[in-house]
Design a protein around this ligand. Structure first.
Ligand code: ADP
Ligand code: ZN
Length: 818
């Protein structure tokens, strides 16, 4: 055995427990196995997929098991991705394997199973238990059975012990099998002629007499000089597989399987894209970014520009420059704005170099795109959150468009923020990163103030159009004037009427679906709540049920209060359904459509409504958040916001920031065409600074107010925040475990003299019960990330030691404390 051979592999598995595990490398893989390679390994009684992160010469770990298989010819991850996922795991408190699983291509992580078979028949006189006898009988009937199959056949779950005993008696043996991934390259049958074009006519004529169907199909084959997909060809020619097989037997055509790439990039006519002359502001921003690109230097820019100021054009320009240097680019956009329109803008300029990655693609499509990127066939990746892990090589730049968007934060493990991972990745690759937004997150703007990011501003629209005029309507006054709480106030009614009269389009926005957000007993004040969640039920008129918007369960509508038995239940407040109904009542002539989760559940419904609105077939579009983002409708001149209050009243420290961002975004939908736009916001919180900031389009004024409040309360971005959420089916247990952890954290904080850490809680979370699980939480706030880390580590330890049914979710840089 030569010295220096690395026989031990350190493998990261997608388990929440430890980071890595050691395995021996079978000799046949010793040359080829590299860090970043995918492997399957036995783990306890399971077979898991993981990745090699290091190769070692020796280890102190005893009783090593062996790697079961190495499924791929080359490693999945290079050095950079190993480093990046390592950082993700440390920063977001998950295991390395969990971070790698998140960056892995679709279908890569599969769990294997153990199958059992008879090895030898029991000798006469060997004593077996009833259960063992039963298993021997079953295994005798079949070649192999998995544990699950045996469980089903016997109707018993606890078989493992009996199987282990049979194995140790030498009667049964077992092995691991890993199912092949369901996702793989798509192979399609192609047809090509074996007849030369010169002879074709004659052959076809000869066939026509004896086999007319074959003659017809052969003609169709000859029409195209390239091989054609068999299924497409048969449909076009109105023919069948039998006919094709007959031609194949006669050696007139050849049928062969070929890999087909399922590309989700829309086919757009190239050359439509015209290169514009940059405005002075755009040019200035471009020049500065360009310097960093030329220097191959890591730099973070915040491109702050109002809607329609030409941010995308700036991205396109410097991307071009990055590509010219032979480097690659990742463009992140929020999931919701990843429309064909967005992709087309990039595809138009860069054609086949563009790849698209997002969760709405089928696994097959995503797999193909992933491989195309990995092979180096695509140099620009446009995608949602997880595209930050796209396997590009020689990364030169990342764009994070709408960087403030909360969809960049992943809700599940690893709970990463794609913007922050993108910054880290850019740093590791000496790449340039540009964050774009009309309403930057407080974090990013604060980072500009601290000199960490460089601020670039676009202050006017390219078209020279002014921003829409925003008026705010005080609904308290309206309620007094109208002696009611109208959904659509009189001033808004008038404006809608005026716009419709001119043949212009209107958008009406309300961030709450359903008909009415709650029923209330007029006599005792009782409100029907979800039994599994502590939230009120929303009435849906189209289905006539009360629905919970958290767990989706629904129940029939009550008319008499079940609490006092006397009062009548009445509907309070408005959702999109009621808004739509009221608008139909007010404007019977108008063509009105609603777009929310309820009307877009069918595939393609979303796109259909938008394209009809685009074509002017809809006068008023009512909807939730869905209508607010990214779309460019030149015909819209008026945007009405039914209520800004739902969002303002959310008990969370980021509520005001969200309201400001949302209102600004909604307002940006108005006046994208030639006619100037107008926005009307209805609210019971007239003086609120987030509403006034949106009214005057004054980001800076809003920012100064908000950052002062955050400073006073020690909230982010001035501190790091970790949210610890305890959840369980029994409230007392949740309370107890969060209490144990809370006390431990206090002890650790005082022992380690972590004076600048603030701990809030344990306390019930604002949503104190969801889906039958009680929720308590602790928030840790500190300007020192190291202090927070120390405490989270102790929290994890204390929670683990309790071994209870209460789960602990750790959310680093949590976006909210709900
Ligand atoms: P943003 O991304 O800031 O919302 P876009 O980049 O989408 O802005 O620009 C808005 C519109 O103006 C687009 O239709 C774009 O093609 C056009 N545009 C951008 N820059 C210029 C320019 N310098 N000259 C003319 N048109 C431009
Ligand atoms: Zn519920």
């Amino acid at each position: 055995m030569s010295r220096g051979i690395k026989k031990i592999a350190e493998v990261a598995l997608p388990l929440p427990i430890a980071d890595t595990f050691h395995y021996t490398v079978p000799s046949e893989f010793r040359g080829s196995l590299k860090p970043g390679s995918r492997v399957t390994v036995p783990f306890q009684r399971r077979v898991l997929t993981g990745y090699v992160v290091r190769l070692l010469q020796h280890t102190d770990v005893e009783n090593l098991r062996q790697i079961a298989d190495v499924p791929d010819a080359s490693p999945t991850f290079g050095e950079h991705m190993l480093e990046l996922t390592r950082w993700v795991s440390e920063y977001y408190f998950c295991s390395w394997g969990e971070a790698l699983a998140c960056a892995a291509p679709p279908g890569a992580i599969v769990e294997g199973k153990r199958v059992y078979r008879m090895k030898a028949m029991p000798k006469f006189g060997v004593k077996l238990s009833r259960r063992e006898q039963e298993l021997v009988a079953l295994l005798n009937e079949h070649a192999e059975r998995s544990l699950a199959q045996l469980q089903r056949a016997t109707g018993v779950r606890a078989l493992q012990n009996a199987l282990n005993r049979l194995e140790s008696k030498g009667l049964v043996e077992s092995r691991h099998v890993v199912p092949r991934s369901k996702v793989g390259p798509k192979k399609v049958r192609f047809v090509a002629p074996l007849v030369s074009p010169e002879n074709a006519t004659q052959v076809v004529e000869e066939l026509r007499a004896s086999a007319p169907a074959q003659a017809k199909l052969l003609e169709a084959v000859m029409m195209d000089s390239k091989p054609q997909a068999a299924s497409v060809l048969l449909e076009k020619a109105g023919s069948s597989w039998q006919v094709l097989r007959a031609l194949e037997r006669k050696k007139l055509v050849v049928v062969a399987k070929k890999e087909l790439s399922r590309s989700p990039v829309p086919e757009v006519a190239l050359g439509q894209d015209k290169k514009v002359v940059l405005t002075e502001e755009q040019q200035k921003a471009y020049d500065i970014i360009s310097l960093a690109v030329r220097a191959d230097q890591f730099a973070v820019f915040l491109l702050k520009g109002i809607t329609g100021s030409g941010k995308t054009e700036v991205y396109l320009r410097f991307i071009e420059q990055v590509l010219e240097k032979g480097r690659t680019v990742i463009v992140l956009v929020p999931e919701i704005s990843l429309t064909p329109q967005t992709v087309a803008r990039f595809a138009n300029r860069f054609g086949p170099h563009v790849a698209v990655l997002h969760s709405k693609l089928g696994a097959g499509e995503r797999y193909d795109e992933w491989r195309r990127i990995k092979r180096g066939d695509a140099s620009i990746v446009v995608g949602a959150r997880s595209a930050v892990f796209a396997p590009v090589r020689n990364l030169g730049a990342i764009v994070v468009d709408e960087e403030h968007d909360s969809s960049y934060k992943q809700a599940d493990v690893p709970r990463y923020h794609a913007r922050d991972v993108a910054i880290m990745r850019a740093k590791m690759c000496d790449a340039v990163i540009v964050l774009g937004s009309a309403t930057p997150s407080l974090e990013s703007y604060h980072n500009c103030e601290m000199g960490k990011f460089m601020l670039l501003e676009l202050t006017s629209r390219v078209t020279g159009q002014p921003l829409p005029k925003v008026s705010v309507i005080d609904m308290r006054q309206q309620a007094l004037d109208m002696h009611a709480r109208p959904v659509i106030s009189l001033p808004l009614q008038d404006k809608i009427e005026e716009r419709l009269g001119k043949g212009e389009q209107v958008m009406v926005f309300l961030n709450r679906r359903g008909y009415a957000p709650f029923l209330i007993c007029a006599r005792c004040g009782y409100v029907p709540m979800c039994r599994k969640c502590y939230v009120s039920l929303t009435y849906h008129s189209t289905t006539d049920v009360l629905q919970c918007h958290y767990c989706n369960s629904s129940q029939g509508v009550l008319t008499i209060c079940p609490e006092c038995g006397k009062g009548k239940l009445t509907l309070m407040g408005a959702g999109t359904e009621k808004t739509e109904r009221d608008l139909r009542y007010l404007f019977p002539e108008a063509r009105i459509e609603r777009m929310d989760l309820d009307t877009t559940s069918r595939k393609g419904a979303h796109q259909r409504i938008l394209s009809r609105f685009m074509k002017g077939e809809i006068d008023i579009l009512v909807g939730t958040q869905m209508i607010a983002k990214g779309h460019d409708f030149p015909g819209v001149t008026l945007v009405g916001v039914v209520s800004a209050d739902v969002a303002i009243n959310i008990p969370d420290f980021r509520a005001a920031e969200r309201v400001f961002q949302l209102l600004t975004q909604v307002a940006g939908r108005a006046g994208r065409g030639r006619e100037p736009g107008e926005v009307v916001i209805q609210t019971y919180n007239y003086e609120h600074y987030s509403i006034q900031g949106a009214r005057t389009h004054d980001y800076d004024a809003f920012y100064r107010q908000e950052i002062a409040l955050r400073q006073e309360a020690d909230y982010p971005p001035l501190t790091r925040l970790v949210h610890l959420l305890f959840e369980g089916p029994e409230e007392r247990e949740v309370l107890r475990v969060s209490g144990v952890v809370g006390r431990k954290l206090q002890r650790v904080a005082s022992r380690e003299k972590l004076s600048r850490v603030e701990m809030l809680g344990p306390a019930p979370a604002p949503f104190s019960k969801l889906r039958n699980r009680y929720r308590w939480h602790i928030a840790l706030l500190s300007p020192h990330v190291k202090h927070v880390r120390t405490l989270v580590a102790s929290a994890k330890e204390a929670h683990l030691a309790e071994q209870s049914k209460v789960s602990l979710k750790i959310d680093m840089d949590a976006l909210d404390l709900l």
